[in-house]
Design a protein around this ligand. Structure first.
Ligand SMILES: Nc1ncnc2c1ncn2[C@@H]1O[C@H](COP(=O)(O)OP(=O)(O)OP(=O)(O)O)[C@@H](O)[C@H]1O
Ligand SMILES: [Mg+2]
Length: 283
């Protein structure tokens, strides 16, 4: 299926997605504003903290169609709109999903990794559609006007670990309202693990204890996102021990893990290291 044939769909609701009441109230205000004014919203936060999910759940909640574009992959201007193609020796212009999305009333247009495009040129057209008058002239398409109530959401990683090179151009940042996600409180994240991975309360509690130790230990420099804690919980739901879930998810040495577990005071079971633990893969 080519990009231009993709459907614009309202995303499915996720009953296990949690957000701050305050953020939801503010998003509601912005949704209302979007009925009369152009609204662009920048969602920032560390990796895997729920930025894309928030955009999806916003669209689901308001019954808006949504399309996501990886701005981080763009290398030249014009790439979002379409390209020249060849058919039976003739060239023709193939229009992509982006112009269709911005011409669809009420569409949520999600620009992922807006701070990571390969070259600044790639963002040229975005400046035009994100501005007050919200339209752009594309030679092959004519005047492309953004439909009423379209909301542009941009997401970008902006945690303490991200360097200055990833910072968003000031002129671009100036066009956005902003929502910053800090990650969930441990008790809420525990609920997410239980609901999404299907592990029991006890397993979720033990996992969250280790994760809290990791997150509080800045020296170790291990980032555990919600995505990552879910990955571990899913392994545990497949009967992995806590120790196995940690070893197969985190990039830590066995020694580091041992001292970590000691600090967290959690029982994780033994780790097989002697020859008894080996057998032919295909046996
Ligand atoms: N607040 C939350 N409630 C429930 N699940 C969450 C929450 N935040 C993140 N998740 C889960 O964590 C995973 C990662 O979320 P998501 O892809 O939205 O993060 P992201 O911030 O966009 O990541 P990236 O930085 O890689 O773009 C998803 O499976 C999502 O369902
Ligand atoms: Mg994302």
């Amino acid at each position: 299926m080519s990009d231009g044939d993709k459907q614009l769909k309202v995303p499915l609701p996720d009953a296990s997605f949690y957000a701050r009441q305050e953020d939801m109230s503010n998003l509601d205000r912005l949704e209302k504003l979007s009925h009369d004014h152009p609204v662009n919203i920048l969602v920032t936060g560390g990796q895997g903290c729920g930025k894309s999910s928030l955009v999806r759940q916003f669209a689901a909640f308001y019954g808006r169609p949504m399309a996501t574009f990886q701005v981080g992959l763009l290398v030249e201007s014009g790439q979002l709109f379409g390209q020249q193609r060849l058919k039976n020796g003739d060239t023709y212009y193939h229009s992509f999903l982006f112009p269709r999305a911005i011409r669809t009333a009420g569409c949520v247009v999600h620009l992922e990794e807006i701070n990571r495009s390969e070259t600044p040129h790639a963002l040229n057209e975005l400046f035009s559609v994100l501005s007050e008058d919200r339209n752009i002239w594309i030679d092959e398409l004519g005047l492309v006007e953004t439909a009423p109530q379209v909301i542009f959401f941009a997401t970008m990683n902006e945690g303490e670990e991200f360097s200055g090179t990833d910072r968003l151009d000031a002129a671009l940042r100036d066009r956005f309202y902003r929502v910053h996600l800090d990650g969930l409180p441990a008790v809420v994240e525990r609920k997410v693990l239980i609901q999404k991975a299907g592990i029991d309360e006890d397993a979720a509690g033990r996992l969250m204890r280790v994760i809290s130790v990791l997150r509080n230990n800045k020296q170790m420099g291990i980032k555990v996102s919600i995505r990552h804690s879910l990955m571990m919980a899913k392994l545990m739901a497949q009967s992995a021990s806590l120790r196995e879930a940690l070893i197969y998810s985190l990039q830590v040495s066995k020694d580091t893990l041992e001292s970590l577990l000691l600090t967290a005071h959690v029982e994780t079971g033994e780790w097989e290291t002697d020859s008894n633990g080996y057998r032919p893969y295909l046996a």
